[in-house]
Design a protein around this ligand. Structure first.
Ligand SMILES: Cc1cc2nc3c(=O)[nH]c(=O)nc-3n(C[C@H](O)[C@H](O)[C@H](O)COP(=O)(O)O)c2cc1C
Length: 263
């Protein structure tokens, strides 16, 4: 994307990055990342950007090198989609923060929370369920097995269960799924898409370990939320951020602030 053109246009019309941020309801840091080429411009933000830059949306698409199209924006490719599952293991903050990061990366999120997940949210955080579902593009009831994500014909990049309880993990491993979260995970596996399970339990018995091996053999990625200390985390938030950044690496999604060894 030709971000230089957008920067020059900002100067010409005397507008600021702050105005772009306000137009799309995001922080200036997000705009800065887009203009540095570190993050793609969300296609549903094109109209708001075009207004600030005082040009048509098609002109913006043309000048910035994004594909243009006819009326009704048929040219817009669908945004990448990721399903986020929050189950009843401790560490629901992983799922909540994941939704926020994916939103900033322009990924469409589809959220499903198990009933014990709702309980752990209440135990561990001050968020209401509504505040969490508001962070997702779409959310579904745990019993809604007719939801789009229950079908392989609904295309997604895959699914992240954050955190993943042992019960949910075991159910996914058997294929005998009893709710939308595990059904969606089963679909992701059968379609050979990416399934990442942030399994949280300790200590683990041999049955847990065998189930993990079985899932890994089936194509799932077992990614327990284990902190890295080489980044010298100053807070729990730092640890959560690093863990999630490494999980999103698996989807080739770049979290700009991720501290990497050797860089
Ligand atoms: C506060 C709290 C923390 C829990 N932590 C864990 C955990 O870390 N790992 C786990 O496997 N289960 C944990 N559980 C138990 C699960 O919630 C329970 O097994 C539940 O049946 C899982 O259902 P789900 O997989 O449908 O979410 C926890 C329960 C509560 C209330």
């Amino acid at each position: 994307m030709n971000t230089l053109w957008i920067k020059q246009r900002l100067k010409i019309v005397g507008a600021t990055q702050e105005q772009l941020a306000q137009a799309v309801g995001r922080d200036r840091a997000v705009i800065s990342r887009i203009l540095q080429g570190k993050q793609p411009l969300r296609l549903d933000w094109v109209d708001a950007f075009a207004k600030v830059l005082q040009i048509s949306a098609d002109e913006l698409l043309r000048q910035s090198g994004l594909p243009t199209g006819g009326p009704g924006r048929e040219h817009n490719p669908p945004r990448p989609r990721i399903i986020v599952g929050i189950s009843g293991a401790t560490g629901v903050i992983y799922g909540i923060r994941l939704l926020e990061i994916l939103r900033d990366l322009g990924v469409e999120t589809h959220l499903v929370i198990s009933r014990p997940g709702v309980m752990t949210i209440a135990e561990e955080t001050d968020f209401s369920v509504a505040e969490i579902t508001a962070r997702a593009d779409r959310h579904y009831r745990i019993g809604d097995i007719a939801a789009p994500i229950a079908s392989g014909s609904y295309r997604t990049m895959g699914m992240i269960v954050a955190p993943c309880s042992v019960r949910t993990m075991a159910e996914i491993a058997t294929g005998a799924t009893s709710n939308l979260l595990t059904r969606a995970a089963d679909v992701v596996l059968k379609e050979r898409r990416k399934l990442v399970l942030m399994v949280r339990e300790t200590p683990l018995h041999t049955g847990h370990l065998r189930t993990m091996t079985q899932l890994s053999e089936m194509g799932a990625i077992i990614a327990p939320p284990m902190p890295a200390f080489y980044t010298r985390p100053a807070s729990l938030a730092d640890m959560v951020e690093h863990n999630l950044g490494r999980v999103l690496d698996l989807f080739d999604l770049e979290v700009p602030a991720l501290q990497r060894w050797g860089e």
